[in-house]
Design a binder for this molecule. Structure first.
Ligand SMILES: NC(=O)c1ccc[n+]([C@@H]2O[C@H](COP(=O)([O-])OP(=O)(O)OC[C@H]3O[C@@H](n4cnc5c(N)ncnc54)[C@H](OP(=O)(O)O)[C@@H]3O)[C@@H](O)[C@H]2O)c1
Length: 286
C-alpha cells in the first residue's frame, strides 16, 4: 500500500497503538501537549504542542491524513473526580469542538487540498434510548457531552474537508485499565448489574479500521466501530467480579435498561473489515 503522511492529533494510547502497528507502513507524527510519560518509547516523531495552536500548522500542512483523537481526561483515569461538572463540560467542549473548529478553520484558509480527517468519535453520540442506532438515523440530544460530540462531528462535516467519522464503542487493550476500578471495590451491588447491551472494541481493531479507511480512500462516511460481542453489563461485571474475587451483594434488582442496539454491518460491508482481536472477556483473562 502507498505510505501516507499521518498526523495524529492527541497522541495518547490509541495513537501509540496505531504507531506501534503501522509505523513501518506510514510516516507518522503525533501531537500532544506534554512529553511522553517516562519509560514510554515511540517509534514516531512527537510534537509537543496544543492541537489548536500555530505550532500545529506546519504539521497539518505536511499531512495526507489526520487522525483526530484527543481526550479531555487524564490517560488511564475513569475516576476524574473532584472536578466541577460545568468545568468538565467546558473542557470537554474545548477538547473536541474547540480543537476541531480550530483545525478545520485553518485548513479552510490555508489548504486547497486539505488532508482526510478521520474523527475518532464515540457510540456515546447515541442517546440511551431503545432502538437500532444505525449511522444514518437522526440523533436526538440527551446530554451536554453528547451534544458536544455531535457538534464536533457536524463541524467536521460542514468544513468541506474530506472526512470519515468512526463512532467507537468502549476501548480496551494494552495500556488501558478500564476495569481496574472494579477491583478497588469491596463488593458489587446487584443493582449495578443491568441488562444494558455494551458496545466494545479492542483499540488495535480501531487502528485496523483506521488503516482500512486510509487504504480504501473512502470519504464522507460515518461508521459504527464495535466488535461482534454481545455482552450486557451484567455478564461482563459478573465475570470480572468472579475473577477478582469481589462478592456480589443483593441490593435489589437493577433498573430496566433500554435495548439500545448499535449495528456494525456498514463497517463490515462497506469497508470489508473483519474484527481480529479477542472479545473483552477473552482479553481480560489473558
Ligand atoms: N476510551 C474510550 O472508551 C473511548 C471510546 C470511544 C472513543 N474514544 C476516543 O478515542 C480517542 C483516543 O482516546 P485515548 O484513550 O487514546 O485517549 P488518551 O490516551 O487519553 O490520549 C489523549 C491524548 O490527547 C492529548 N491531548 C488532549 N488535549 C490535547 C490538546 N489540546 N492538544 C494536544 N494534545 C492533546 C493528551 O496528551 P497531552 O495531555 O500531553 O496533551 C493525550 O495524550 C479520544 O478521542 C476518545 O474520545 C475513546
Amino acid at each position: 500500500m502507498t505510505p501516507r503522511r499521518v498526523l495524529i492529533l492527541g497522541y495518547g494510547r490509541l495513537g501509540r497503538a496505531f504507531c506501534r502497528l503501522y509505523h513501518a507502513v506510514h510516516q507518522i507524527r503525533g501531537v500532544k501537549r506534554t512529553p511522553l510519560p517516562p519509560g514510554v518509547e515511540s517509534p514516531c516523531e512527537i510534537i509537543c504542542a496544543p492541537i489548536g495552536g500555530e505550532a500545529a500548522h506546519p504539521h497539518l500542512a505536511w499531512a495526507d491524513v489526520v487522525i483526530f483523537c484527543p481526550a479531555s481526561g487524564r490517560e488511564g483515569g475513569r475516576d476524574r473526580g473532584g472536578h466541577d461538572r460545568e468545568q468538565d463540560t467546558a473542557r470537554y467542549r474545548e477538547t473536541y469542538l474547540g480543537n476541531m473548529e480550530a483545525i478545520t478553520a485553518w485548513m479552510g484558509r490555508a489548504s486547497a487540498s486539505p488532508p482526510v480527517v478521520i474523527l475518532i468519535s464515540s457510540t456515546g453520540v447515541y442517546p440511551r434510548l431503545a432502538g437500532v442506532w444505525s449511522e444514518e438515523r437522526p440523533i436526538p440530544v440527551e446530554s451536554p457531552r453528547q451534544e458536544v460530540l455531535l457538534l464536533t462531528e457536524q463541524a467536521l462535516i460542514r468544513s468541506g474537508a474530506p472526512f470519515v467519522i468512526l463512532r467507537c464503542g468502549g476501548l480496551y487493550g494494552e495500556g488501558r485499565e478500564n476495569f481496574l476500578w472494579l477491583g478497588r471495590k469491596t463488593e458489587l451491588s446487584s443493582a449495578e448489574l443491568t441488562e444494558e447491551p455494551l458496545s466494545l472494541v479492542h483499540q488495535d481493531d480501531v487502528c485496523g479500521v483506521v488503516n482500512r479507511v486510509i487504504e480504501s480512500g473512502v470519504t464522507r462516511e460515518i461508521f459504527n466501530v464495535r466488535d461482534d460481542s454481545a455482552f450486557t453489563r451484567k455478564t461482563l461485571y459478573t465475570m470480572i467480579a468472579k475473577r477478582l474475587g469481589i462478592p456480589i451483594v443483593d441490593r435489589g434488582p437493577a433498573a430496566v435498561s433500554a435495548d439500545r442496539q448499535i449495528p456494525n454491518d456498514k463497517l463490515k460491508q462497506r469497508l470489508g473489515y473483519q474484527f481480529s482481536r479477542p472479545p473483552i472477556t477473552a482479553y481480560l483473562s489473558t
